[in-house]
Design a protein around this ligand. Sequence first.
Ligand SMILES: C[S@@+](CC[C@H](N)C(=O)[O-])C[C@H]1O[C@@H](n2cnc3c(N)ncnc32)[C@H](O)[C@@H]1O
Length: 249
Amino acid sequence: MTTPAFRWTMIAHRDRALLGPVGDRVCDEVLEAAAQAPANVLDIGCGKGEWLVRALIAAPGARGVGIDPNPAFVADAARRADAAGVADRLTLVTSAFEPALVADQAFALAICTGASHAFGTYEQALHGLRTLVREGGTAIVGTGFWQRTPDPEYLATFGGSADEMTSLDETAALAESAGWNVVARHVSTREEWDDYEHGYAARVREWVAAHPEDPDAPRFARRIESWSGAYERWGHETMGYVTFVLVRA
Ligand SMILES: C[S@@+](CC[C@H](N)C(=O)[O-])C[C@H]1O[C@@H](n2cnc3c(N)ncnc32)[C@H](O)[C@@H]1O
């Protein structure tokens, strides 16, 4: 049984492993740029564990910790780890992130993609991650940025505000001021965005069509049309997503 708060995201991401506008090949390339066989890896807001499992496959012998409050995503991550043969090297914690969960541990690689809210803001994530990574260690941080000033009508469709993100250059500068060197970055392409957004919308529409009697169906139908319409009209040229490889300065 899915927790009501997680129902929407479970439906929208039903058969998707990477829960953001990032392709499989890019995920592997970013991991390769991040670290040569890190000894240990932490993933905060690990979702279905795809980044983490790929990191452990690439680093035989490394141990991993994944933290996410969504029990269904964590169960999926456990199945994924099992299938990949890395389950014995992975600890999964079903919880919102709290520093106490990894107290006294220093990680060679920390991942936080699309999950800065686990720390509060993107800037807080940058500072928080720095305390979790050992000297000279690496972080992979995925975050949104504004490609251009957002139209107020666009922001109104999802209750967003212009100050919640900055331009790409400012987003990178914030990482540098938080004590990181930006050593690589991937800006998600239009193809990656379309693949993510079109799949997201299609899965919600399919679910609504298959469950017309469900009490959530009318609300989910309105929500996906508003979301998808906003992406097509404004989103694809307004919101960007960047995945940084950061090394602790
Ligand atoms: C957009 S998804 C990204 C998942 C994964 N990092 C990826 O890139 O595939 C954001 C994830 O953050 C998780 N999350 C939300 N609040 C959190 C918190 N307070 N602490 C840790 N994770 C959180 C969600 O459950 C969700 O799995």
